[in-house]
Design a protein around this ligand. Structure first.
Ligand code: HEM
Ligand code: HEM
Length: 201
């Protein structure tokens, strides 16, 4: 397997970007479902504590992954958008990718701030082994219980935002595939479009 399959090219995504994309889609959707499920349980449910710990562990995993993913994105630029896209479509694609990256950072960070502001001071120990310190809570958020409530709402709104935006994003990908009939979806699934460039060169 050549190095060209790992990196993005002008015509398609390499294996690393593809793996990051779909691993994070799976993690984000699971974590969204887990968040709704665990917050819907009665507070006395004996499984709640473990589920919250799991949610935090997976959430920090996303935060670590998106940081590495962003570094990779900066070192291996995304392929060019297909030709024939209108200006507003190009702007929309770039803006939504940017905001999706932003949300992948902001959601776990808001969760981290929320648990840091909790007056209960429950420790976060990732997967039961790696302790994570609490963040300093900005004083503009007020006293601890108020700050925790604010961050809870922020976390919930941001989590719903990524779902809504990703739904439009997925709809755009499917439109490219079925209506425009270009490589947009195919190149996020396979490295074959990325190799077109090398075969042409
Ligand atoms: C991309 C990552 C994450 C996603 C998609 C996500 C999603 C969610 C969702 C949908 C809820 C339910 C919101 C509600 O209806 O009240 C929730 C709750 C929660 N999340 Fe996350 N979360 C993520 C990361 C994190 C992280 C990193 C932490 C902590 C370090 C965290 C801590 C919490 C806590 C403590 C709650 C419960 C809030 C409550 O008691 O109402 N989350 N999350
Ligand atoms: C939580 C859900 C999702 C998130 C956060 C997300 C995020 C992203 C991001 C940030 C990019 C830009 C990648 C880069 O250039 O570094 C991207 C590209 C892409 N995503 Fe998603 N995505 C999600 C779900 C989906 C789904 C469900 C589909 C398909 C049905 C999809 C299809 C694509 C395609 C085809 C591209 C490549 C676009 C292009 O070639 O310019 N994504 N996604």
């Amino acid at each position: 397997m050549g190095a060209s399959m790992l990196r993005n090219t002008a015509t398609g995504y390499g294996l690393v970007s593809i793996a990051f994309h779909w691993a994070m889609v799976a993690l984000i959707l699971s974590l969204f479902a887990l968040g709704l499920y665990m917050t819907g349980l009665p507070q006395t449910d004996p499984g709640t504590f473990a589920l919250y710990q799991l949610h935090k562990s997976l959430g920090f995993t996303i935060l670590a992954l998106v940081a590495v993913r962003l570094l990779w994105r900066l070192s291996s630029p995304a392929p060019q958008l297909p030709s024939g896209m209108a200006m507003w479509e190009r702007a929309g694609a770039h803006a939504s990718h940017f905001v999706l990256y932003l949300l992948m950072f902001a959601i776990p960070l808001s969760g981290w701030l929320m648990v840091s502001a909790s007056p209960w001071g429950i420790p976060t120990v990732l997967y039961g082994v790696l302790p994570v310190p609490h963040l300093p809570v900005p004083s503009l958020l007020g006293a601890k219980p108020a700050a925790e409530a604010t961050m809870k709402s922020v976390h919930e709104i941001l989590a719903w935002s990524v779902i809504v935006l990703a739904t439009f994003h997925a709809a755009a990908a499917i439109k490219h595939h079925l209506v425009t009939r270009d490589d947009t979806l195919r190149r996020m699934i396979s490295t074959r479009p990325a190799r077109k460039e090398t075969s042409r060169a």
